[in-house]
Design a protein around this ligand. Structure first.
Ligand code: EPS
Length: 392
């Protein structure tokens, strides 16, 4: 049984999204503001659709929390869809309700595979759940896991390193996270940010969409999370799956990833420094090409993991397609769409990384209460000669 899990429910234009989290220890301080902060970050980013101006995502905590502390019981969160007002008839739960079936399939979305798989005649039955709206529920869950990790001194950030053809300059240093948060595209370099904004404007003008690459950093992660023993317990594999599960992600890279494959062995690894060179970091390394993971186990360096996002499939200037009902050639369906979701995808990836890390922490250290978890954690850190880092 996994130590931690969550289950989301909800359609994009249904009444609400919900998520149930199980396995969060008792005694963690949690308020809806902790969650709303991340929900807001997910909604931002240059190139988002009008939908984000309609919604003002807010998580109502329905269970599992009392007087600002978790109880150890399942936590149920609810995020209402403001659009529901206008979609009540189309999305009516009870029998009846009027809605013209959607039949013009969008290549690249789940439309075709979904209608075939479930035997539907109306693409709306697929797109309502396949929509990336579901990620609001994931981000809400991730914010709870982020709170848990913060108690252990672990923090998780993301930034955008490419949008379309525009790349941020390569840097070995940690990005300035305040600059990232201040950028409309979540990129720390102001010049690159402006270029990315211009690229999004040009794509919009052309009726196009744009993909890109985000990078997630997890800091303060102790050495020893994950496993080198079994394939399904390797933490790099679990992180990759979690990132790959995000809508429109088509590639995942850990540390220097693909670039390592072109180097000689002597150039590709992170030399272990002698203790006199450790500074504040135990088992310090000269570089972090492995992205904080060796043998499927965290090595105490920051975890660095990237996701490649394809341009989203709902195109303002639709691709040629086929009508599901008649079989005749038609342009694909279009209502409205984001031009670029890469900044938001980074925030969603933070949530997924928080889930995987919180799960790995609970597997290793256990505990029904935060007190018990922290006691176990401190004792491990003491054993390996490391102090609990301060959250940054
Ligand atoms: C999204 C809400 C959706 C889309 C988007 C993500 O809203 P609507 O369908 O009402 O415009 O903007 O969904 C997709 C990217 C997709 O491919 O389905 C959100 O809240 O993130």
């Amino acid at each position: 049984m996994t130590a931690l899990r969550f289950l989301t429910a909800g359609e994009s234009h249904g009444q609400a999204l919900t998520v149930i989290l199980e396995g969060v220890p008792a005694g963690l301080s949690l308020t809806s503001q902790d969650i709303d902060r991340d929900l807001r970050r997910r909604q931002q980013g240059y190139g988002r659709s009008k939908r984000q101006q309609i919604e003002e995502d807010h998580a109502e905590i329905l269970s599992g929390v009392r007087h600002g502390r978790t109880l150890g019981s399942p936590i149920c969160l609810l995020i209402r869809n403001r659009v529901w007002e206008e979609w009540q008839e189309v999305m009516q739960v009870e029998p009846g309700g009027e809605s013209k079936p959607l039949t013009r399939l969008r290549p690249g979305h789940a439309d075709l595979v979904g209608v075939m798989k479930y035997g539907f005649h109306d693409v709306r039955n697929v797109l309502e759940r396949a929509s990336a709206r579901e990620t609001a529920a994931r981000v809400a869950a991730g914010a709870v896991f982020r709170r848990l990790l913060a108690e252990l001194g672990i923090s998780v950030h993301s930034h955008v390193i490419a949008i379309g053809e525009v790349w941020a300059p390569k840097q070995d240093r940690e990005p300035d996270w305040e600059m990232v948060e201040a950028s409309p595209v979540r990129c720390a370099d102001p010049e690159t940010s402006s270029k990315m904004v211009r690229a999004i404007d040009a794509a919009k003008e052309a009726g196009e969409t744009l993909g890109g690459i985000f990078e997630v950093w997890a800091k303060g992660v102790p050495i020893g999370l994950g496993s080198y023993v079994h394939w399904d317990r390797k933490l790099d594999g679990r992180l990759a799956q979690a990132i790959m599960s995000i809508h429109a992600v088509k590639g995942v890279e850990v540390g220097e990833g693909f670039a390592l494959s072109h180097l000689m062995g002597s150039q590709a690894h992170d030399v272990i420094l002698p203790p006199e060179k450790w500074g504040s970091q135990p088992w310090a390394r000269a570089t972090n090409r492995a992205g904080g993971l060796e043998g499927g186990v965290t090595n105490g360096q920051p975890i660095v993991i990237r996701g490649a996002v394809k341009p989203i499939a709902t195109l303002p200037r639709p691709l040629p397609s086929v009508d599901l009902r008649t079989g005749s050639p038609v342009p694909a369906h279009y209502e409205r769409s984001d031009i670029c979701t890469v900044p938001a995808a980074g925030v969603i990836a933070e949530a997924m990384v928080c889930l995987v890390l919180a799960e790995a922490v609970l597997e290793k250290f256990g505990g029904d209460s935060m007190e018990e978890l922290l006691r176990n954690y401190r004792s491990y850190l003491q054993d390996i000669g490391q102090r609990l880092p301060r959250p940054s």
